[in-house]
Design a binder for this molecule. Structure first.
Ligand SMILES: Nc1ncnc2c1ncn2[C@@H]1O[C@H](COP(=O)(O)OP(=O)(O)O)[C@@H](O)[C@H]1O
Ligand SMILES: [Mg+2]
Length: 402
């Protein structure tokens, strides 16, 4: 029988000229979007994919199938790579420790990644560093919840420390009864529950930067992120009307976190902009991600160096590229899956309507509400860009038909 995936190679093929192999654990869209920049740089990408039909496996010839939970599979994969990095933060510390023991260059290191894997560990570390966060507590029992609610009031926010994304793993609760299931699941998982005050933020911001093992760091401008139902749907780069001092504070906080935690590769710091003293603003850190991030997708088209190229440069300890924006504004809008599975036919309309627009689709199957792609558009008039980006994203996803 003919092999089902004849284009696959079982070992990454290195380009002549001394070029390295970068391994990415996980086959999602972040791994997939490293493929273009890797090809341009002459670097070979290899992806450990759970699913032979993942978005990354569709475009990367070296995509061995294996689970990030399977220590043997991860070690075999890493043995063929010069450096290993991640599409997600779910590789267990035990597996990461084995890679380090094997002498593999792992970026970010397990010691840094720990704080992106566990939101309780992250809150503890940031608080110890004096980085401003929402008020928070760990809860294992209903009594813990009551005690924290007495301090910050209802409603409050509860989060599963591990494994959440796109608002899954986050809930707003108005009574301790509403958290009974959450406490039970946290007890089963042995993780406890993270409680936070519900922050009445003005808006959400993110600072994205890259840091190399040598310690060089480069930050993109602070962006505004718009979430709908816990999912990021739009990013405005740079954040409009952001006070220069607040922007500088946010970048400083990001650089400090990256340095103190020893982050290598791209670091995203999600922020809440809140009312400060005398009518001004300040920022609180929401969470950290140590990998390319949705808040940085704009940079693929809107900055001199996009986040996927920068991540590769950082994990390879190459000098970093300029994060400077190419235009006054870039707007990114996420394409969310709708009821209609056919996406490609929409290109004809969208591309004809707006030749300046850039579409990035992830090779993922459509499910309602699932992030399946994004569009970027850059220029001088922010409101015009927002309208163009939103329309194109909605049209591709099938939410609008004209
Ligand atoms: N303490 C909080 N107060 C108010 N809103 C919050 C709080 N924490 C999270 N949120 C909202 O929920 C979204 C998702 O929470 P987050 O912790 O970032 O989880 P995820 O890992 O799913 O991105 C945030 O972007 C924000 O809109
Ligand atoms: Mg988040």
């Amino acid at each position: 029988m003919a092999p089902r995936y004849p284009h696959r190679v079982t070992r990454p093929r290195r380009a002549p000229g001394g070029f390295p192999v970068v391994g990415v654990v996980g086959g999602g869209q972040l791994a997939r979007m490293c493929a273009g920049p890797a090809a341009e740089l002459g670097v070979t990408l290899s992806v450990l994919t759970e699913d032979p039909d993942s978005g990354a496996a569709l475009v990367v010839p070296s995509a061995p199938v294996g689970s990030h939970l399977d220590a043997d599979a991860v070690r075999r994969f890493a043995a063929e790579c010069d450096v290993v990095t991640f599409d997600h933060e779910h590789v267990p510390q035990e597996v990461l420790a084995l890679l380090v023991e094997d002498g593999v260059a792992v970026h970010p290191s397990p010691d840094a990644l720990r704080f992106a894997q566990d939101k309780l560990a992250m809150r503890e570390r940031l608080t110890a560093l004096g980085v401003p966060c929402p008020r928070w507590a760990r809860a294992d029992t209903a009594a813990d919840v009551e005690a924290f609610a007495a301090e910050v009031g209802w409603p409050l926010v509860a989060k599963t420390p591990r494994g959440g994304y796109d608002g899954k793993g986050v809930t707003v609760a108005s009574s301790v009864d509403e958290l009974a299931d959450w406490l039970e699941r946290a007890a089963d998982a042995g993780t406890g529950l993270l409680l936070e005050e519900r922050v009445g933020f003005r808006r959400e911001l993110a600072v994205l930067l890259a840091r190399s093992p040598s310690g060089q760091a480069a930050a993109w401008p602070v962006v505004e992120t718009v979430q709908t139902g816990g999912i990021c749907t739009e990013v405005l780069a740079p954040a409009p009307d952001l006070d220069d001092e607040v922007a500088a504070l946010a970048v400083e906080a990001g650089l400090r976190v990256a340095g103190e935690l020893g982050v290598t590769g791209v670091l995203a710091v999600e922020l809440f902009e809140v009312a400060g003293a005398d009518g001004g603003s300040s920022v609180l850190v929401n969470e950290l991600a140590m990998r390319p991030h949705n808040s940085g997708h704009w940079s693929m088209d809107g900055a001199v160096t996009g986040q996927f190229e920068q991540h590769l440069r950082a994990v390879l300890d190459l000098p970093l590229g300029s994060p400077r924006p190419r235009e006054p504004w870039t707007v990114m809008a996420n394409v969310l899956g709708g009821d209609y599975p056919e996406l490609y036919p929409a290109y004809r309309h969208v591309m004809a309507r707006d030749p300046g627009l850039k579409a990035h689709l992830y090779g993922k199957g459509v499910r309602p509400g699932r992030k399946i792609g994004h569009v970027n558009v850059s220029g001088a008039v922010l409101e015009d860009l927002r309208e163009r980006a939103r329309h194109a994203a909605d049209y591709i996803g099938g939410a609008v038909t004209e």
